[in-house]
Design a protein around this ligand. Structure first.
Ligand SMILES: [Zn+2]
Length: 401
């Protein structure tokens, strides 16, 4: 990229006296005594000089990083599933609870029943947790509607959240999440496929996602659904290989999915396929932790084959009631031995790619000025600590939140 801005220009803003910290391709880049200027919402200068700017902010030696990106959440839903917690602790599995009509179907009922006002208020509380942790971009999926009316209701809440907060929200239609109890899955997926036109017309979703799993939808069903979504111009992604390997990952890669998410059960040949593609592996350690799973995603193989890894919270009421991206980052390192630099790259640059967002997730000239200031000195402290939040301030597209 050539120089976009010349030195004679007056920048809108300059943040001086910061430690710049980020991870590029899994390697730390930490530069003390750096100044960063912003023009038109984008980063216009990085370096040791003081440049002409209309406003100056003294970072007082704080750490400045790209703002965090949570690229996989189910943030909008009704009710909660605290009553299932005891069942889980007594050994009932995700599948057992789902078979008993609990699990996702309970959340679906609560989501269908809830007014938009209630759903909004509950989601706003959850969103605040992420905002307070330096998250400036968050993906939000529907998937608890089981009919187009309630799916669009969830997506409207995501839009309202975006309108009322300085937060970049990427909305995803997850119609093929779970079929109603006793329903024919083939008929249900056919309905989801025909509903895609209405989702497109509503303008409420940018991406389409499905749940490809032995307790979810088959690879063929997901392929038909994602193929139609792609024809309509949606970006696509897939929950794959969480509890079983039924072929979802190579299918999604073949269709050009932005990401495949979970991947505990991915095998070596699929790691190779993923590493040769631009599809991002989104890893969700809080769900692994909460379900007390024992099969880990093969991080070593992913590294070996050059798979680009992202990390997200998977915030949802059943398998990951986690409202902390910082905690998820710690879990990815402790539970799976991802290096802190891999994890940080996974919640910034690679998370942006998992959402199809160019020019975001790095501190680089020409990139969108989404940045977070922290009361610490190295980004590895955000991963090493548990329950520690040194967040000071977040900037979204060149404006402080
Ligand atoms: Zn999910």
């Amino acid at each position: 990229m050539g120089r976009l801005y010349n030195f004679a220009m007056i920048h809108d803003y300059m943040i001086c006296n910061i430690i710049l910290g980020q991870a590029i391709a899994g390697q730390w880049q930490v530069s003390p005594k750096t100044n960063i200027a912003i023009a038109n919402g984008r980063i216009s200068y990085i370096g040791p000089d003081k440049v002409d700017a209309k406003q100056i902010y003294n970072g007082r030696g704080r750490l400045l990083t790209p703002a965090l990106i949570d690229c996989h959440t189910h943030l909008v839903y009704g009710g909660n599933r605290a009553h299932e917690f005891d069942l889980r602790l007594n050994g009932a599995s995700y599948q057992d609870i789902a078979k008993q009509g609990g699990g996702i179907n309970y959340t679906v009922q609560q989501t269908q029943k809830a007014s938009e006002k209630t759903l909004y208020q509950q989601a706003k509380v959850r969103l605040n947790h992420f905002m307070q942790q330096g998250v400036a971009t968050i993906e939000i999926k529907s998937g608890y509607g089981q009919n187009i009316h309630d799916e669009l209701k969830q997506l409207r809440i995501a839009r309202q959240l975006a309108q009322n907060h300085k937060m970049r929200i990427i909305p995803t239609y997850l119609g093929a999440h779970s079929a109603p109890a006793g329903a024919d899955k083939g008929q249900f997926i056919a309905q989801c496929i025909s509903d895609l036109d209405m989702v497109k017309q509503s303008g409420l979703a940018q991406q389409v996602d499905g749940f490809c799993e032995n307790i979810g939808f088959t690879t063929n069903q997901c392929e038909e659904y994602l193929t139609r979504a792609k024809q309509l111009g949606f970006a696509i992604k897939l929950h794959s290989d969480q509890l079983s390997n039924i072929g979802g990952t190579p299918m999604a890669v073949r269709l050009g999915a932005l990401s495949v998410d979970h991947l505990e059960y991915i095998d070596e040949s699929d790691c190779q396929i993923l590493g040769n593609s631009s599809t991002i592996a989104v890893l969700l350690p809080a769900a692994f932790y909460y379900l007390r799973e024992t099969t880990r995603p093969p991080i070593g193989l992913m590294r070996q084959y050059g798979v680009k890894m992202a990390v997200a919270s998977d915030c949802n009421p059943g398998s990951s009631p986690c409202h902390s991206l910082l905690l998820s980052m710690n879990m990815a390192s402790v539970l799976w031995q991802m290096t802190p630099a891999e994890v940080f790259c996974g919640v910034t640059h690679h998370a942006a790619l998992a959402l199809g967002l160019e020019n975001l997730g790095l501190i680089k000239e020409g990139y969108i000025a989404d940045m977070a200031l922290w009361n610490c000195t190295h980004p590895n402290q955000l991963i090493y600590n548990i329950g520690y939040n040194p967040h000071h301030k977040t900037m979204v597209a060149g404006e402080w939140r």
